[in-house]
Design a protein around this ligand. Structure first.
Ligand SMILES: [Zn+2]
Length: 233
């Protein structure tokens, strides 16, 4: 404990959201910011369960703009702090371990891939680190069976129908033997309309996957249009 205090004194760490100095036992966020993360509710899970190629889905938090969850995701994706992915992946694993193992009987974890130039620019795929975090708790192996074969523009400015078109045909299988007959858990950082995860899941199913499930750190926009309006068309 004394050594940890000493290291903390020499290399102080700060809350990624409010910038206050962190205590020894705090990670990435101070207790106040961490307590203000909003867990998913019934409504957001219903939203996810409407993604048609998925059997089921779990997500930890509601994504909220200008809130601690955005600071976590932003630092994970754009500031090189890939360890946040491992940390939150462990949290997902601890929370849903029994579901993944005893209810869904997951054979392997599949991170949603980035296009190669995007990954080269970022240096890593954040979803891969989330997957590794889940593996460290559940013992389920991670296989990079999907490849993104085409650059897809950022989805943030697109309407729902544009998002679906944007990701259509963007993924390909690269390891069929790890897909055929398997029960897979797709992992992504944030799920918004679900069009990316739905496209990945349908490619896996076409390649012979038995069942596809998904998990993410956060879900965005569950109170707006999205999946529901797609299914009602
Ligand atoms: Zn804080």
């Amino acid at each position: 404990m004394e050594l940890i205090n000493y290291i903390d004194f020499l290399l102080p760490r700060f809350c990624l959201h409010c910038n206050i100095k962190l205590n020894v036992n705090e990670k990435y966020l101070c207790t106040y910011c961490s307590d203000s993360l909003r867990r998913t509710n019934e409504l957001s899970l219903n939203h996810l369960n409407r993604i048609k190629s998925l059997c089921d889905c779990r997500t930890l938090y509601l994504f909220e703009k200008d809130m601690p969850i955005q600071s976590l995701i932003h630092n994970l994706k754009y500031n090189g702090i890939f360890r946040i992915g491992i940390y939150l992946g462990r949290t997902i694993g601890e929370e849903y371990k029994n579901i993944f193992l005893d209810e869904w009987h997951i054979d392997s974890i599949v991170p949603v891939p980035l296009y190669h130039s995007k990954q080269a620019e970022r240096g890593y795929n954040q979803s891969y680190y989330i997957a590794k975090g889940i593996k460290s708790v559940t013992g389920i192996n991670v296989f990079k069976v999907l490849k993104r074969i085409r650059y897809t523009q950022s989805q943030t400015e697109l309407t729902l129908s544009e998002r679906i078109l944007n990701v259509k045909g963007a993924f390909k299988i690269k390891r069929f033997k790890n897909v055929k007959g398997k029960r897979l858990l797709l992992v992504d950082d944030v799920i918004t309309t679900g069009s990316t995860i739905n496209e990945c899941a349908s490619v896996l199913l076409e390649a012979g996957a038995n069942k596809v499930y998904a998990a993410s750190i956060a879900i965005a926009g569950s109170d707006s249009h999205s999946i529901e309006s797609r299914n009602s068309k």
